[in-house]
Design a protein around this ligand. Structure first.
Ligand code: FPP
Length: 240
């Protein structure tokens, strides 16, 4: 990437969309698209880290995705399991890469072994800071806000907080992404122009970039294009 004049976003969020269509176009099962999509996820994490992105969030499985066939859900779960086992086994490499891995979303309803592996991988990578990688699994933006509201309500019930303490900052601090900067750039491949319940609170001022490329075909050059476009936009945060 031509580095001159490029403003790197600190936080890039990506909706990994189009796996099913990619597979269908090739006469394959939808699940084959997810398998290739998982490899592309690895490549884009590495590339993001190489070019100096500090935070990347990937939408991998929404609270609505449970409605898909048992076979498709099972395949996606197996891809998470494989990735987590790999992260656990290759701890040394991971350490070197400096990945701080964090899962956002509800652990409730997740297969027990996956939920445990998530805890292990998160704990082991928590002191790394080359790049923070959030993987949204069993995630829904509205669900996240409800979860934050309940946490705050419980503190009010205990007398630790008063209603006046419920500020935007208090809500941000009780989201799964607490302590992290909001996304600057949200990328959605596969030509769709919706947020689909992804980081709806955090993306209030994010630049949205839609790419026609299907996620399994997404390359580092496509990420460069999104960053170049972001770099050209003049962000005013509601001011003039
Ligand atoms: C959306 O495309 C994609 C998903 C619901 C699953 C995404 C999961 C992965 C890429 C695997 C992630 C693995 C790791 C290790 C993080 P779609 O199926 O809705 O595509 P379509 O709109 O073309 O049908």
């Amino acid at each position: 990437m031509e580095k001159e004049h490029i403003v790197l976003p600190e936080h890039i969020a990506i909706i990994m969309d189009g796996n099913g269509r990619w597979a269908k176009k090739r006469g394959l099962e939808r699940t084959e698209g997810h398998k290739v999509g998982a490899e592309v996820f690895r490549k884009i994490c590495q590339y993001g880290s190489d070019i100096g992105i500090k935070y990347m969030t990937f939408y991998a499985f929404s609270t609505e995705n449970w409605k898909r066939s048992a076979f498709e859900v099972g395949t996606i779960m197996n891809l998470f399991r494989k990735y987590l086992e790999e992260m656990e086994e290759r701890e040394g490499e991971n350490e070197e890469a400096g990945y701080n891995i964090h899962f956002i979303g509800s652990r409730e309803g997740m297969p027990e072994d996956i939920a445990q592996l998530m805890n292990v991988v998160e704990a082991r990578s928590s002191d790394k800071d080359k790049i923070h990688i959030n993987i949204a699994v069993n995630y829904g933006g509205r669900d996240e806000i409800v979860h934050a509201a309940k946490r705050l309500a419980k503190r009010i019930e205990k007398g630790e907080l008063s209603p006046e303490d419920i500020t935007e900052e208090a809500i941000s601090d009780n989201l799964y992404t607490a302590g992290q900067p909001d996304p600057d750039l949200v990328i959605r491949p596969s030509g769709e122009n919706r947020l689909s319940n992804f980081l709806i609170w955090q993306s209030a001022y994010a630049e949205f970039y839609s790419s026609d490329v299907l996620w399994p075909d997404f390359t580092p050059e496509d990420l460069d294009k999104a960053i170049e476009e972001y770099s050209k936009r003049n962000r005013r945060f509601g001011g003039i």
